[in-house]
Design a protein around this ligand. Structure first.
Ligand code: DX5
Ligand code: ZN
Length: 219
């Protein structure tokens, strides 16, 4: 039995058949729903917002993992809690007072995540690691699905794992971007706990089978 998790990214779903795709994830061996919220400012793309998340939550039967790619995320912490988010991840690069933001997320009853862009060194999290439930290492530049995996990610996972262990923290490491059957096992071997997969799952012939394949690879 593996404790490693798969989180399909709904960004790659068919938005005209959203209920069908949400139910597919419910039925599959996936563990979480990964939800990408983009504001067109922090990243050069706009995804979807609250009404769509509300409808996803209505049908979803698994953990809701929300990845905010927005500036000034503090403004929306309560909103995302009220919508039913279980994990709320903000970007390190978007937070001036990260420690305060993490406390605010937890005060709303959610797990607190921090995402870091490919250029952000994991050592910057050393002083807050005990307060972080999940670190999302971006293995592509955020903003779009379907990009290629950045190989430097393996090194970052190992460095972050060291920081977590050294501080006796229980932070989960999530990898987001370009995850496929080609890198899943190596990521988990390096220390990753949660793999987000968008295009690889949704653009495949049989997404349920693809998710099962990923689970088998990492167990
Ligand atoms: C990128 C998003 C990712 C994306 C992953 O900005 O944060 O979650 O949906 O998609 P794939 O797996 O296609 O790279
Ligand atoms: Zn994401």
């Amino acid at each position: 039995m593996s404790s490693k998790l798969i989180a399909p990214s709904v960004l790659a779903a068919d938005f005209a058949n959203l209920q069908r795709d949400v139910e597919m994830i419910n039925k599959s061996e996936a563990d979480w729903f990964h939800i990408d919220i983009m504001d067109g400012v922090f990243v050069p793309n706009i995804s979807f917002g609250m009404p769509v998340l509300r409808d996803i939550v209505k049908h979803a039967s698994k953990t809701i993992d929300v990845h905010l790619m927005i500036v000034d995320p503090d403004r929306y912490i309560k909103t995302f809690a009220d919508l039913g988010s279980n994990i709320l991840t903000v970007h390190y690069e978007a937070c001036t007072h990260l420690h305060r933001t993490l406390q605010a997320i937890k005060a709303e009853g959610m797990k607190a995540g921090v995402a870091i862009n490919p250029h952000t060194n994991v050592s910057l999290l050393e002083d807050t690691i005990k307060d972080i439930d999940l670190v999302c290492i971006m293995s592509v530049n955020p903003g779009f699905g379907g990009q290629s995996f950045i190989e430097n990610t393996y090194k970052k996972v190992k460095q972050l794992k060291e920081i977590i262990d050294r501080n006796n923290a229980s932070t989960l490491i999530e990898i987001d971007g370009g995850v496929t059957n080609k890198n899943a096992k190596q990521l988990v071997d390096a220390g990753a706990d949660v793999l987000v997969a968008g295009s690889y799952v949704f653009k495949s012939q049989d997404p349920i089978q693809t998710i099962q394949g990923l689970k088998e690879l990492i167990s």
